[in-house]
Design a protein around this ligand. Structure first.
Ligand code: MN
Length: 735
């Protein structure tokens, strides 16, 4: 960086502005920062032909206007450097090295905002976009710089190409002016609106400007007289106050005219403003005004007692002068005036040495709370919603592939997004692309991401989704679906179980008789009876006993003859055929991990379909499982299916044993899912999870492992589940 300054005239102007207007700002540091920015932008020029760094200086000056004596060194430096990262080769890291973390993070914030362009015509989209900008900036100072940047660009927009002018003016009208309004920064808002109107409807702007000019001359003498009278009267009452004429800005007149009012009817075209030193003086001044002129009924508004939601405070009244002309008068204190013009900026205080973000946050937290207090009277939910979202960053904004902006809770994943788009999309989700790249469904969405959901007609919600979805909305829909699915499973399972036992007991029971039994058992209908049987809440014995002679139990009845189950084997369900029971979810027991070839038994679980166990699994022995919950099953695995089996290895420790075992397993062509070994003294214990298609292959693997030197034992895992009477048989985890 050069020490002598490029552009000495610009530097001098900046330095004198600092000296006059920003006493707290460190002049040497800002001077050095100017030199750094000027060197970085070097020969870059604006479309106007001005050196680029002049823009940075102007942005800085706009901030002086906005913050006045509250302007600080950090903000001044960040303003001077705001385009350096975007437009030169200098990086955020370099800014941080020279100017500190805080300046760097402000510059980074502004750079990030500059990459966001608004391109929709929809009002709802604009609102979301504004929230996203605020939420992305994390620090209101970033917004201050961005608004100042936009204001200067609008002031010099005439030098740009027509298409660029249109795009920027539209974005200014739809996004930045309303944003300034939301933050109570009326001065900037007015100017942004007028400048965009000039670009977007130049003919209307010209006409308006001429007509207002004509009317101004006509009214000037008249208003001058009224103001003189007011000044005299205020003075006579011992009130110190400033009395001004107040031209309305074009954009608001333009809108009133477009809403169908004639220019002549917009009688507050030129109003009068009285600015006092104390709040009390405002009311005293009001008394003076109403003493001098007749107030127009229903035109008085006290925004001091009841401020507007963007903090605006003033007394408004309209009076009738002796000439029969109507004049609108606003009365406020200097503090209220500053808040009316600069909104949140009027409340910005920089704490030297403090954690600025935290301080500002607290400050803004207070600001939100303050508004919340007014809220009861202002009744502007939308505004509160806006501030909460923007300042507390509880939300994240992402685009659909069609550039619609969607709003989600912070921490939301593509699955939440899918459910937000449509329940159907959520149910069918199989994957997601963010900014064109495939991401896991757990990916945490970030502001500005473009999200595309990959769906499949076969997909359906899964229990695991409850761990992935973060929003109440998506979780509710997933839970609902799972509940429905479980209920449907229970109903068909209960029905099939009852029918099977009826056949075995050679009982003929009509639906009507069964419905009566349902009512006796306090079920609403037949379906509920089936569901309760399927869920294990009502036992089959309890139901069927009602249809047996009093002295005969179901067990005795069944013992009378051989099982006479003539129902054909039905279609395969998840790799097994289940006799007599159809449409059932099948799970493979984790305690014994059956594979095709193992003799197996199906156990009807509570609410989770049929669980498949090995016949020698200790969890199915004897009275652990009531006979009526057992179903006959046989394997019907498709080729290509594999089943995980956990093998426990023990032996004497030696080097590279794990590698040798892995090699031995791989040689059988079987996939290893996990492998691990632990040595203790001279013995070793290892656990391998392998994926095998059938029992013969598993035995081959076990033999191969046993042949490995040092191995003394290889066993399949058998685990006893802690048993309680209401055990679900499946509450075994992967351990
Ligand atoms: Mn800029």
């Amino acid at each position: 960086m050069t020490s002598g300054s490029a552009h000495p005239d610009l530097r001098a102007a900046l330095m004198s502005a600092v000296a006059e207007r920003a006493p707290k700002v460190d002049r040497d540091r800002v001077g050095a920062c100017f030199d750094y920015a000027a060197a970085a932008h070097a020969d870059q020029r604006r479309s106007s032909g001005q050196p680029f760094v002049s823009h940075a200086v102007e942005v800085c000056r706009i901030l002086f206007d906005l913050l006045e004596a509250r302007m600080d060194t950090t903000l001044a430096c960040a303003a001077l450097l705001h385009d350096v990262v975007e437009d030169t080769t200098i990086t955020t890291q370099e800014i941080e090295k020279h100017w500190g973390r805080e300046v760097a993070s402000l510059v980074e914030g502004v750079t990030k905002l500059s990459s966001m362009h608004f391109d929709s015509r929809e009002a709802a989209q604009a609102e979301n976009f504004r929230k996203m900008l605020l939420s992305m900036s994390r620090d209101l100072r970033v917004i201050f710089i961005k608004l100042a940047d936009r204001l200067h660009n609008m002031r010099t927009i005439e030098f740009l190409r027509e298409d660029k002018r249109q795009r920027i003016a539209m974005e200014t009208r739809d996004i930045y002016a309303p944003l300034a309004h939301r933050l109570g920064m009326a001065g900037i808002k007015r100017e942004l609106e007028d400048l965009s109107l000039k670009v977007l409807d130049p003919a209307a702007y010209q006409e308006l400007s001429q007509r207002i000019q004509a009317r101004r001359q006509e009214r000037e003498t008249f208003l001058g007289r009224v103001m003189e009278d007011l000044r005299d009267a205020l003075k006579a009452h011992g009130l110190k106050a400033e009395v001004n004429g107040r031209p309305k800005h074009f954009h608001s007149i333009y809108q009133k005219i477009r809403a169908g009012r004639a220019l002549e009817q917009v009688y507050d075209l030129f109003g009068i403003r009285i600015i006092t030193h104390t709040r009390n003086d405002c009311y005293r001044a009001l008394g003076v005004v109403h003493d001098l002129f007749d107030p127009v009924a229903d035109r008085f508004k006290d925004y001091i007692a009841t401020p507007k939601s963007n903090m605006y405070q003033s007394l408004h009244t309209t009076v009738l002068t002796a000439d029969g002309e109507m004049v609108e008068v606003q009365i406020r204190t200097w503090d209220m005036h500053r808040t009316a013009e600069t909104g949140v900026a009027a409340h910005y205080v920089y704490k030297q040495g403090g954690h600025v973000d935290e301080e500002l946050d607290k400050r803004l937290g207070g600001f939100v709370a303050e508004i919340a207090g007014w809220q009861r009277e202002t009744d502007d939910d939308e505004y509160m919603d806006f501030l909460r979202t923007a300042l507390h960053q509880e939300e994240v904004f992402v685009y659909t592939p069609r550039r619609e902006l969607k709003r989600l809770a912070k921490g939301a994943t593509p699955l939440d997004f899918a459910y937000l788009i449509h329940t159907e999309v959520g149910q069918k989700t199989v994957g997601a692309r963010v900014n064109g790249e495939l991401v896991p469904l757990r990916y945490e969405l970030r502001n500005g991401d473009t999200v595309e959901i990959v769906t499949s007609a076969q997909a359906k919600p899964h229990e695991d989704w409850l761990k992935i979805a973060r929003t109440a909305q998506a979780r509710g829909k997933i839970r609902h679906w799972l509940r429905q699915r479980r209920l449907a499973d229970s109903v068909s399972l209960g029905k099939e179980m009852l029918e099977r036992e009826m056949r075995r007991a050679r009982l003929r029971i009509t639906d009507e008789q069964m419905a009566k039994a349902a009512a006796d058992l306090e079920c609403e209908d037949l379906e509920q009876l089936y569901a309760r049987v399927g869920e294990g809440q009502i036992s089959i014995t309890v139901v069927l006993r009602r249809f047996l002679p009093e002295k005969e139990t179901l067990a005795e009845r069944l013992a009378k003859g051989p099982v006479e189950d003539t129902t054909p084997v039905r279609k395969p369900s998840g790799g097994v055929r289940i006799q007599g029971i159809d449409n059932v979810m099948v799970t493979y027991a984790r305690c014994c991990q059956p594979v095709p070839g193992d003799p197996v038994v199906g156990i009807v679980t509570i609410g989770r379909g049929v669980s498949l166990h090995r016949q020698d699994c200790p969890n199915t022995f004897g009275n652990r499982v009531p006979a009526e919950r057992r179903v006959a099953v046989e394997w019907d695995a498709r080729t290509g299916d594999t089943f995980p089996v956990r093998l426990v290895v023990s032996g004497t420790d030696r080097p590279s044993m794990l590698a040798d075992l892995a090699k031995a397993i791989a040689a059988t062509g079987v996939n290893i899912r996990t492998a691990g070994m632990q040595a203790e003294h001279h013995t070793v214990r290892g656990v391998f999870v392998v994926e095998v298609p059938h029992l013969a292959k598993l035995q081959e693997v076990i033999v191969a492992m046993r042949r490995s030197p040092g191995v003394t034992r290889v066993e399949r895992r058998q685990r006893l589940i802690k048993h309680t009477p209401s055990s679900r048989y499946e509450e075994d985890d992967e351990s």
